[in-house]
Design a protein around this ligand. Structure first.
Ligand code: PMT
Length: 396
């Protein structure tokens, strides 16, 4: 419920992407937002107001002269309680009218009369998007402080391929969450590791672990939403990078070490969430090992570099945060790791059901003491940990 308590006016304009706005209403409400839909006349040719009424649980407004508003001032009353107006899809025509400050229908008048931020998710044919008139309009909207979400590139409803597709509803919701999040790490560079590493035994086999990457990815997303520039060095996992996060894919601990050391000097904060293999195979085979090649093959292990300890030892290095996954003696083991690696903060997780789930239990250990966090989804814990880091680094 990351939009709990937020009141959003959703403007829907005429375009085929209007059908996706129905899903957008559902997703915004799922995150706790209160959604008031206002449609242009054009939008009603694509989706009926009844659809939006059913999904938003509120009457939908399409007309400036709607008799349901006792004072006939729908353009004022509908947006006064709103935290923002989001127009999705925003047609080329709507962008042009918004730039000119026209007030020729309810939505345009509301936008002109608003006292809250405006976000628009453009959707149009690629030629319309590339047209110099639209480019000028977008530049002017940006100059006027309007947030432009997308558009995406890809196959369009008209069959052409290019930029102009509306962002997917899930991505728009992500953008809204980021828009409302407190920017406690604005201007900071955050470097993270996440996921497992894979240490090759031969070209097709290896030593790895069950880290899913969820905790690290949730932290990367929370750091981005807090306004940071985020670089995520990720072991092999099955997720897309969070929106706005720069991801570097790696496989082994040595790859991860190389990527981290290349970026650590520029980072303000380093959060090591990855479950890094302590050892790699010294005698990893160039060709696939054969079962019948004479006995059980010996696997010789050598120690991997300790990435976190090395970053923590950098002169003028970033503020370092470690993780410790323990199945018992959490405080003792986590504090030992914190001291050994010489880091100011470590997040201990008591692993009772293994890695990989959506929820976690974290206990934070720092110079001020022990801070247990209530068990929660990793996304919630990630935001709490980012707040804690912002506090320790003097950013909130
Ligand atoms: O990915 P999920 O399924 O969501 O699970 C998340 C997690 C349980 C993997 C994560 O929350 C976590 O606890 N990661 C650290 C696991 C661990 O116990 O690591 P460690 O004790 O080996 O290392 C301690 C710290 O040093 C960690 O921050 C680790 O990233 C870092 N380290 C360790 C070894 C090494 N060679 N280099 C390192 O940087």
């Amino acid at each position: 419920m990351e939009l709990q308590g937020k009141s959003i006016v959703l403007g829907v304009t005429g375009g085929i992407a209007a059908y996706k706005a129905a899903e957008l209403v559902r997703l915004l409400r799922k995150q706790g937002a209160d959604v008031q839909v206002a449609m242009t006349e054009g939008a009603t040719h694509f989706v009926t107001p009844t659809t939006f009424q059913a999904l938003s649980g509120k009457p939908v407004f399409t007309d400036q002269w709607d008799a349901r508003m006792p004072n006939a001032m729908a353009h004022i009353d509908l947006s006064r309680q709103a935290d923002c107006i989001l127009v999705a899809p925003a047609s080329a025509d709507f962008l042009a009218r918004a730039v000119q400050g026209q007030a020729d229908d309810l939505l345009a008048t509301m936008v002109l009369a608003r006292d809250c931020p405006l976000l628009v998710a453009p959707a149009m044919n690629r030629q319309m998007w590339e047209n110099p008139a639209t480019r000028r309009n977008v530049a002017q909207l940006l100059a006027d402080g309007v947030s432009i979400l997308g558009p995406d590139s890809g196959e369009q409803a008209c069959g052409e391929v290019g930029a102009g597709r509306m962002m997917e509803p899930e991505e728009i919701v992500e953008s809204m969450i980021a828009f409302f999040a407190a920017k406690v790490l604005a201007g900071k560079k955050v470097l993270l590791t996440a996921g497992p590493t894979f240490e090759a035994i031969d070209p097709v086999r290896g030593i790895t672990n069950l880290s899913s990457g969820r905790m690290g990815y949730a932290l990367a997303r929370a750091a981005r939403q807090a306004g940071a520039e985020v670089t995520l060095v990720s072991g092999p996992v099955g997720f897309a990078a969070p929106q706005g996060v720069d991801r570097i894919n790696v496989r082994s601990a040595l790859d991860m070490h190389r990527a981290v050391m290349a970026h650590a000097g520029k980072a303000d904060i380093f959060i090591a969430v990855a479950a890094v293999a302590d050892y790699r195979v010294a005698n990893s085979a160039e060709h696939k090992l054969k079962k019948d090649s004479g006995g059980i093959p010996p696997i010789e292990l050598i120690e991997n570099p300790d990435i976190l300890a090395e970053v923590a030892a950098l002169p003028d290095g970033p503020f370092c945060v470690g993780f410790a996954a323990e199945s018992r003696n959490l405080e003792e083991y986590a504090q030992t790791k914190r001291r050994k690696k010489k880091i100011p903060l470590i997040a201990g997780n008591l692993i009772q059901d293994g890695f990989g789930g959506d929820d976690n239990r974290l206990v934070l250990f720092d110079d001020a003491g022990v801070h247990p966090l209530a068990p929660a989804p990793k996304s919630v814990l990630a935001r709490q940990l980012i707040q804690h880091i912002a506090h320790l680094t003097g950013n909130n």
